[in-house]
Design a protein around this ligand. Structure first.
Ligand code: ADP
Length: 168
């Protein structure tokens, strides 16, 4: 598995799947979630509503997959990052689950290239350095990594980009 780092807008990345830092409602929100729904168009929201009708909301740490609508990727994997409050150890485990569950879902759909935003480091206030460490470690330790050809970490802000650069 190749690991790549980019400073970019994830809605412009051409890979099999981009990951969305969604919320439990799956109905869109601010930050990267807002950008994905805005640019991807209503097909993404419609697919999210169908998932909600079947399984209810998406729990923190879990992931679901939809079309990418008008985006250049084929799929969007929506995962719900933890809000940074309460039990820090539990929140760290949940953030790692976001990466593992997204990668497992990707494999189930034959996805070979996947791009992650810096989940939970915006509105959910997870410390950026700690979140980056968890992201990089979880992806590198992913047991079935041979099935995925490329993982791209997409940083939007300079601070995250610098942190990832030093880690990678
Ligand atoms: P969360 O609620 O999980 O914290 P946010 O969307 O608020 O989600 O932030 C997660 C990360 O996504 C932040 O580091 C933010 O800078 C980044 N981000 C925001 N917009 C985009 C975008 N268009 N492409 C990639 N990353 C983005």
């Amino acid at each position: 598995m190749k690991i790549e780092l980019l400073k970019a807008d994830i809605t412009e990345i051409e890979v099999d799947a981009i990951v969305n830092a969604a919320n439990t409602s799956l109905l869109g929100g601010g930050g990267v979630d807002g950008a994905i729904h805005r640019k991807g168009g209503k097909a993404i929201l419609e697919a999210c509503i169908q998932i909600r009708n079947k399984q209810g909301s998406c729990k923190t740490g879990e992931a679901v997959i939809t079309t990418a609508g008008n985006l250049p990727s084929k799929y969007v994997i929506h995962t719900v990052g933890p809000v940074w409050n309460g039990d820090k150890e539990e929140k760290s485990k949940l953030l790692a689950d976001c990466y593992t569950n997204s990668l497992n879902l990707a494999i189930q759909h034959g996805i070979k290239s996947i791009a992650f935003p810096n989940i939970s480091t915006g509105i959910y206030h997870f410390p950026k350095d700690k979140a980056a460490e968890i992201a990089v470690k979880t992806v590198k330790d992913f047991e079935k990594s041979a099935v995925i050809e490329k993982v791209t970490f997409v940083c939007f802000d300079d601070e995250n980009y610098k942190i990832y650069k030093s880690l990678l």
